[in-house]
Design a protein around this ligand. Structure first.
Ligand code: AMP
Length: 281
């Protein structure tokens, strides 16, 4: 497994593989890898000749009062997990490689970032779009894999790929959960034992919503009220949003008469957790 720390080394590696007619699959991450990340690598491994993983905690996607400085990291363990998953190259740049002095360019999308997390994290998706664009230009993959755990991010990257004519196939990976239902996240490491129990309020809400909708409830407001009551029973929870929306446009849906995306963000203590599910009535 090759480890590349500069843009030029990474680009040269990819050009070299392309000259050998090898195809490249790419999994971008911020590291502190868990089974969710590994599932994306496993999904990508058979799709191409080469599998590239990037680990970069992207500063432009963190707001001022967010957890950029405390974001968990364990590069040694990440490299060992990557090697076991069959990764052939890891791109491990530092901040200056990606954002050298006098960096000026921004990328913004008009509509998708206005919904869900974008309402609470106004600069987040601009930062994501920027770093993914740069990583696409540096790694030059044929296929890139993103988790449905970050559903809005996935939709934004699909749109960005279409709008900017990246010749890259975007593949989605299922949400990987702990045995008790909690969606895996690097941020779960922040949770105390009691907060870890409260974090189950998210997956339990998704299950309750599925149950209510399958039983025939069509009004998203009615389901939302029940989810709010459920989440409130868990200590230290603070609901940021619970939204039923159109899975493509992310616009609010009031009447559930076709497939909807239920997305939620809940703070447990200081840790912000997200989860989602596509639900068919
Ligand atoms: P992150 O390191 O959190 O930026 O995530 C890197 C990639 O892993 C993104 O495409 C995420 O959507 C994906 N990911 C994170 N958690 C999970 C999970 N529990 N299941 C599947 N994919 C995930």
């Amino acid at each position: 497994m090759d480890i590349l720390k500069t843009k030029s080394d990474m680009q040269e590696w990819s050009k070299n593989k392309k000259n050998q007619k090898k195809t490249i699959c790419f999994v971008p991450t911020m590291g502190y890898l868990h089974q969710g990340h590994i599932s994306l690598m496993e999904k990508g491994k058979p799709l191409c000749d080469e599998l590239v993983l990037s680990i970069f905690v992207n500063p432009t996607q963190f707001g001022e009062n967010e957890d950029l400085d405390s974001y968990p990291s364990n590069i040694k363990n990440d490299l060992s997990l990557a090697k076991n998953a069959g990764v052939t190259a890891v791109f491990l740049p530092n901040k200056n490689q990606i954002y050298p002095e006098n960096f000026q360019t921004e990328i913004s999308l008009q509509s998708l970032p206005k919904f869900l997390c974008g309402k609470f994290r106004p600069i987040h998706f601009g930062g994501v779009a920027l770093v993914v664009t740069k990583l696409f230009n540096i790694v030059m993959p044929d296929v890139a894999i993103f988790g449905q755990k970050d559903y809005q991010q996935l939709q934004i990257i699909r749109q960005l790929t279409l709008d900017l004519d990246f010749d890259i196939q975007i593949v989605a990976g299922d949400i990987i959960r702990e045995k008790d239902g909690l969606a895996m996240s690097s941020r779960n490491a922040y949770l105390s034992k009691s907060q870890r129990a409260s974090a189950l309020s998210l997956s339990k809400s998704l299950n309750l919503a599925k149950e209510l909708i399958t039983k025939g409830e069509k009004k998203s407001k009615a389901v939302k009220n029940q989810l709010e009551s459920l989440i409130c029973t868990f200590p230290e929870t603070h609901i940021e949003y619970i939204c039923f929306c159109n899975p493509k446009t992310l616009e609010d849906v009031d009447i559930i008469d076709r497939q909807v995306l239920l997305a939620l963000a809940v703070k447990v203590g200081k840790t912000r957790l997200i989860d989602n599910a596509l639900i068919d009535p």
